[in-house]
Design a protein around this ligand. Structure first.
Ligand code: GLY
Length: 357
């Protein structure tokens, strides 16, 4: 078992990482008394996979628990789902002494966190992330919200969970593409923050891809440690936290221009390689170091080239409307070496054109 603390004063919380934790959730939560009653929120697919196990574990520990589901998919991460879920809570008489449990991937975590933040002006919630992406990134740090037709995650708030409970064993149920989504974010941490971790990912590729549990547990714990350090210093993304968006500015443009047919992790991988070429063109990063990052992404089976069929003009339009863009200027997280980055909005349009290919 590994434990990481997110240090945010009175809003601090632990992240517990342990193989088999899902079956012990009841015992874990019983010790903490976060809610009088627990309302698990899961999408229909995750509810079918893990819902029963979590409910039984909690009931066996004498906890009062109910499960509410919503239809799976990013298309349902919208205000209608928030309206449906909050009505569901009100109809069940859920009050401020009760707690929500987000059981699922990033969509479920974002939705449940937002519902917890706004229902009765805020009730406690717990994250049980079931995808690698959610385990290493979205369940930690308190970003919550939904999409609106004008853009992804445009409505939301920062609202921290009380505990994040991670069972790496659930990853054995994930489709390969879902695993790759998370691995792009894992590699991101090595490039932005920790050269030793990057080398660990080079050396342990086979064990990670084969889901060797002690190695995977160590990887998740390390990513959570980095994220916790960053979030503790800059919860609301005024400055440092922006480094977590490495590869995401161009990546989101790729994702959006593909009509979201390119998965988030693949788009971030493409975005990391594209932004590295800007860093090389600006002489911040050597071509040799950029090649090392590219090679690692390829070795993990991630794509690295902007697909030829994507409309470059449309991608540049998405860069302008990205919520990370300020005053019409997108910012870029540019590596200077493996493990170190700078943030800059001083990038010529010509370099962006060249990066998009
Ligand atoms: N996923 C980036 C962040 O949480 O800041």
């Amino acid at each position: 078992m590994k434990q990481v603390q997110v240090g945010l004063g009175e809003r601090s919380y632990p992240i517990t990482i342990k193989e088999g934790l899902l079956a012990e959730i009841g015992n874990e939560l019983k010790l903490q008394q976060i809610g009088k009653r627990y309302i698990i929120i899961a999408d229909d697919r995750v509810a079918a996979l893990f819902g029963q196990q979590v409910v039984e574990s909690m009931e066996e520990s004498g906890l009062s628990v109910e499960l509410i589901t919503f239809p799976h998919g990013e298309a349902n991460k919208n205000l209608q789902t928030i309206a449906d879920l909050t009505s569901g809570l009100a109809q069940r008489g859920v009050d401020r002494k009760d707690a929500l449990v987000a059981l699922g991937g990033g969509v479920t975590g974002d939705i449940t966190g937002f519902v917890a933040a706004v229902y009765m002006r805020g009730i406690p919630f717990i994250q049980i992330p079931t995808t690698l992406l959610a385990q290493v990134d979205s369940s930690v740090g308190g970003k919550t919200g939904v999409d609106i037709p004008e853009g992804k995650n445009l409505v939301g708030c920062f609202y921290q969970p009380q505990h994040v409970l991670i069972d790496p064993h659930v990853l054995t149920e994930l489709p390969r593409e879902e695993l790759l989504n998370g691995l792009a974010e894992v590699i991101k941490y090595g490039v932005i923050y920790d050269a030793n971790f990057f080398n660990f990912l080079v050396t342990n590729r086979r064990g990670i891809l084969d889901l060797d549990m002690p190695i995977v547990e160590a990887v998740i714990a390390h990513c959570c440690t980095i994220k916790a350090e960053v979030v503790a210093q800059d919860e609301r993304e005024a400055d440092l936290r922006r480094i977590l968006n490495y590869g995401h500015t161009l990546g989101h443009a790729v994702e959006a221009a593909s009509g979201f047919t390119i998965a988030h992790g693949s788009a971030v991988s493409i975005g990391m390689v594209a932004v590295n070429s800007i860093a090389v063109a600006k002489s911040f990063l050597t071509a040799e170091r950029a090649a090392k990052v590219r090679d690692l992404l390829v070795d993990y089976g991630l794509p690295v080239a902007v697909p030829a069929e994507l409309d470059r003009g449309q991608m540049k339009g998405f860069l302008k409307t990205d919520k990370k863009t300020v005053g019409g200027k997108p910012f870029f997280v540019l590596p200077t070496q493996i493990g170190k980055v700078i943030i800059s909005d001083d990038v010529d349009e010509k370099l962006i054109d060249e990066a998009l290919g």
